[in-house]
Design a protein around this ligand. Structure first.
Ligand code: SAM
Ligand code: DTB
Ligand code: SF4
Length: 340
């Protein structure tokens, strides 16, 4: 297909029109553009919709770790594999709020509470709702990722003050069955619909580097962009290595340029969504991260650990953003940025 024919740029504001009818041929045409043309298009869309010199900072806390009944082949927290992660109970309320307070002081604008559940039990949901309300009162945006939700659970979380629900599709519909067997892609799409109908904003993306083809990565982006509404946040995770999980048999670290291309295509297909360069930044050079920001990534997780795996040190992130002249809530944080 001729690249000029990919109509990402019709409508009143050329680079802001939201489309939900992306075809594979259009998606591949964008992905295969000469790199300078692709980045130019992604930057154009980015600048029409966001401050290009600003990134968002989210902080993660595992409020209930390990022992998960699902069999996601990449995950350290699944009870099906022995990745050396100790299973814990749901954290104490005060400990969660104290961690959120520290995350805010360290420069986070959003606080995401994650639990290794297939779905929350009613009693646990009450406790999480209390945590959400208290975190919201600190002046942080709130996010939770608790597995599958019923419509009623989604409504209760929204009423408690939850802003975002994270629930990833993880990969393409075609590759999905090679990674997870205990819940279907349709289960995930149903939970996303319940979150949406309850008034929650949706955070939904996936993982690359598990052995999928480029076509699977694009299939995942098509799935996300063709949802009835684009997720407000799109986390792109590069697989963070975990021992003893099945993904070790297929994993292949993506070509860095392929990652940048994928971010650029996500930016073009979902113009108003925040694209988060999520797990896997520990393996990325400063230069690669800079290219991802140029391609339209505008959010990161801060903090030395994600859930069970490593993330770059906050001082390194602050120094990188400072060198790039990119503003973030880290600028207002209490921790001083080392000079460069
Ligand atoms: N248990 C909940 C669920 O799966 O919906 C919430 C937490 S789960 C850890 C959230 C997401 O983190 C997964 O869907 C997956 O995309 C990502 N993830 C998990 N382990 C990862 C890893 N080792 N590397 C990169 N991303 C990972
Ligand atoms: C998302 O897409 N990435 C975050 C968050 N949503 C919950 C989780 C990354 C987890 C990385 C693996 C770990 O630390 O265990
Ligand atoms: Fe459980 Fe979530 Fe890990 Fe899957 S990704 S095993 S659902 S914690």
């Amino acid at each position: 297909m001729d690249a000029a024919a990919v109509s990402f740029d019709s409508g009143d504001n050329p680079s802001s029109r939201l489309r939900h009818d992306w075809t594979r041929s259009e998606t591949e045409t964008l992905y295969n553009l000469p790199f300078p043309d692709l980045i130019f298009r992604a930057q154009t869309v980015h600048r029409c919709n966001f401050d290009p010199n600003q990134v968002e900072t989210a902080s993660l806390l595992s409020i209930k770790t390990g022992g998960c009944p699902e069999d996601c082949g990449y995950c350290a927290q699944s009870a099906h594999y022995d990745a050396g992660v100790k299973a814990t109970k749901l954290m104490d309320h005060e400990a969660v709020i104290e961690t959120a307070r520290r995350a805010k002081d360290a420069g986070a604008s959003r606080f995401c509470m994650a639990a290794a559940w297939r779905n929350p039990k009613e009693r646990d949901l009450d406790r999480v709702c209390d945590m959400v309300s208290a975190v919201k009162e600190l002046g942080l945006e709130t996010c939770a990722t608790l597995g599958m939700l019923t419509p009623d659970q989604a409504r209760r979380l929204h009423a408690a003050g939850l802003d975002f629900y994270n629930h990833n599709v993880d990969t393409s519909p075609e590759f999905y069955g090679k990674i997870i067997t205990t819940r279907t892609m349709q289960d995930r799409i149903d939970t996303l619909a319940h979150a949406r109908e309850a008034g929650l904003k949706v955070c939904c993306g996936g993982i690359i580097g598990m052995g999928e083809q480029v076509g699977d990565r694009l299939g995942m982006l098509m799935l996300l962009a063709n949802l009835p509404a684009h997720p407000e946040s799109v986390p792109i995770n590069m697989w963070n290595e975990v021992k003893a999980v099945p993904v070790n048999d297929t994993a292949a670290r993506p070509d860095p340029i392929a990652l940048v291309r994928m971010i650029a295509v996500a930016r073009i297909m979902m113009p108003k969504s925040v694209v988060r360069l999520s797990a896997g930044r520990q393996y990325m050079t400063d230069e690669l991260q800079a290219l991802c920001f140029l391609a339209g990534a505008n959010s990161i997780f801060i903090g030395d650990v994600l859930l069970t795996t490593k993330n770059p040190q906050t001082a390194r992130d602050a120094a990188l953003l400072d060198r790039l002249g990119i503003r973030s809530p880290l600028d207002d944080a209490k921790a001083a940025v080392p000079p460069h």
